[in-house]
Every structure is written in C-alpha cells, then in structure tokens.
Design a binder for this molecule. Structure first.
Ligand code: IDC
Length: 326
C-alpha cells in the first residue's frame, strides 16, 4: 500500500515536470544561435560566415523597465529585423547596480536575456559606467556581477559581454586595460569563448589607443560610440584607421542626434556613418528604447504602450532606424 502511494506521488511529480509551461519560473530558454568569434575586424559564426549584428539599445533598464517585455522583443526581431539588443544596466545613475539598484537590475538583466533568447537575438549585457568615469572605481562589483552572469548564462551562445560602457574623465587606456585584465579572467572562467566588448577612452572613441596596445585575449572587441550630429569626419577617420590595423570594433551605441542624446538630428551624417559601418560589416546598436522626451529616443513621448508599435508611434530617429534595417 505504502509503495503504491509512493509510486502515485512520484508519477504526479513527473507529470507536473513534464507539463509545466515552458519559460515558467527559472527554466531557461536555450539559444539556437551560433557561437560567434572574432578574426581581424570580423565577427564570424561557427561556419566562419561573416555576421553583422544590428539592433537597438535599451535606455537605462531601471529608468524604462516597461520595454523589457517579450512582445516588444518579438516585434524588434520578427517585424523590424534586428538580431541583437543591448541591455544597458547603469552602474551609478538612477538606482544603478552600485547605488542601491542591484536586485532590480539583476531581475531586468534576467528578463532581457530571456526575451532576447526566446526571440533568437543576441544580447549585449552592458555594464553601463558613465558618471563613474573610471571602471576601476567599481571593479569589485563588476567582478561579482560578471561571475553571477557567466555562472548563469556562460553556456549560452547568444550572450555578449560589454564590460565598461564609456570610460571618461581622464581615464586612460592603461587604466582600462588594468580593469579588463581583472574582469575578463572572471568571465572566461565560466564562459571561455563568448565575445567580450571593451570600452575605449573618452566615451569610447579612442580606438587608436586600443589598436596600439590591444588586450591579449581571444574574442575581444573594442567599443566605438558616436553621435552623428557631434562626431563626424575625424572620428570616422579614427574608425577607418582601426579597420586598417585589424582592430575588431563594435558600435554598441550611437545616436543620430548630438552627444547629449538630444538636440537636432543629423541624417546626412548618420547616413554616412551607417554606409561606412555596413561596408566593413561592423555591428551596431542605436540608443535608445524609451519614450523620453529626447531626440535619441525611438518612441514618441505621448505613446504609453510598451509593444505593438506602429510607425506613427515612433520618433524621427525610430523611423530612420527602421528604414535602415530594411
Ligand atoms: C543619456 C540618456 C539620458 C540620460 C543620461 C544620463 O539619453 O536620458 O539622462 O544618459 O546621464 C552616452 C551614454 C548614455 C547617454 C547618451 C546620451 O552612454 O548613457 O544617455 N550618451 O547622452 N554616451 C554618449 C551619449
């Protein structure tokens, strides 16, 4: 009798396991995307086909958590044709990871990875330093964060790590290297081969410094950020030189307005940039997924829905980007 009750309980437990809805609780979706690797300036898939990733960056996820939802991620991939999304997790500003927002930030990172994975997109997890200038300021927190992240997702092919958004305030390439040489080994322990993107001095613009003295790890790329109304020929020349010296570059953030994230947009300059990046198959993400009243936002300020966007819900920047994706 006791045995029969035990067997029944066992069968019930098994049935619940079998029929539990996929994606519930902590069950993780597994990405079917190819692992990526880096050769000279190129990003390649497992069959060595060149891959160019194009997508959008979230605003700070703590500021605009409402856009981290499956329906919107599905729309970005299925309807707009993006194959990557950047999940920006500020370290200091607005309840950042290091300024009280750790628990909520981690929840949002998990959501972003889950919805990107569900919808066959690569996801850049961005340790978004900004007012903290030098990434060494929070290096201990960064090591803890990337240990947590890689222990959880290190076996997935679609995660890309961006370890310091925009070093600034006099932070040198030597400072960034010191930081990267501490954080990259933490990532590599649980994720031996996924792509890691490293920010460059002066808000991720000084590719020349990285090219002169690159990091000694495989599958590392270097961030270039531009805002088309502010950054023109001279930064384009820096980028062209980087291509010439075999430096792998990922434009993890750009805007078609000025560097404040607002002001007038400059489509002519933006078109020039995209032509240049496409020619070299350099990957890029445009800033930002929000309805904030700033010209870099892709959703109009008065639009409160969080998915199912139509063209008329988008700002000039949003419409411009959608056209570029076609
Ligand atoms: C801006 C946001 C803005 C926010 C500000 C916070 O667009 O709403 O108030 O950050 O300080 C960057 C940064 C990115 C900036 C963006 C525009 O990586 O965080 O976002 N920008 O200024 N580098 C160059 C421009």
């Amino acid at each position: 009798m006791k045995n029969r009750v035990l067997s029944l309980v066992l069968i019930c437990v098994l049935m619940i396991g079998l029929f539990a809805p996929a994606g519930s609780g902590e069950v993780q979706a597994k990405s079917s995307l190819s692992p990526l690797h880096v050769e000279c300036t190129s990003l390649l898939d497992k069959d060595s086909n060149e891959v160019q990733l194009k997508g959008l960056s979230t605003h700070g996820m703590m500021w605009y958590p409402q856009y981290i939802n499956n329906d919107f991620f599905k729309q970005m991939h299925d309807k707009w044709g993006t194959n990557v999304v950047r999940a920006a997790m500020y370290t200091e500003e607005y309840n950042g990871y290091c300024t009280g927002g750790k628990r909520e930030s981690l929840k949002l990172v998990k959501k972003a990875v889950k919805y990107a994975t569900n919808n066959d997109m690569y996801v850049i997890v961005d340790w978004h330093i900004l007012s903290d200038g030098d990434p060494n300021k929070h290096v201990k927190a960064a090591k803890r964060f990337f240990k947590w992240l890689t222990k959880k997702y290190g076996s997935q092919n679609n995660i890309i790590y961006e370890i310091c958004n925009e070093p600034n305030g006099g932070t040198t390439w030597a400072d960034i290297k010191k930081y990267a040489n501490k954080v990259i080994p933490v990532i590599r322990k649980y994720d031996p081969d996924s792509v890691i993107i490293v920010g460059t001095p002066t808000w991720s613009q000084e590719l020349d410094k990285a090219a002169a003295d690159p990091l000694k790890y495989e599958n590392v790329m270097y961030a270039l950020h531009f805002y088309a109304a502010t950054h023109k020929e001279s930064l384009q020349q820096t980028y062209i030189n980087a291509m010439g010296s075999c430096l792998p570059v990922f434009v993890t953030e750009f805007g078609i307005c000025d560097a404040s994230g607002s002001g007038a947009i400059d489509k002519a300059s933006a078109n020039k940039w995209i032509k240049l990046l496409d020619k070299n198959k350099t990957s890029y993400c445009m800033w930002n997924i929000s309805n904030k009243s700033e010209t870099s936002a892709i959703i109009r300020p008065e639009v409160i829905k969080t998915s199912g966007f139509t063209k008329s819900d988008l700002t000039a920047a949003g419409k411009w980007f959608l056209k570029k994706l076609k």
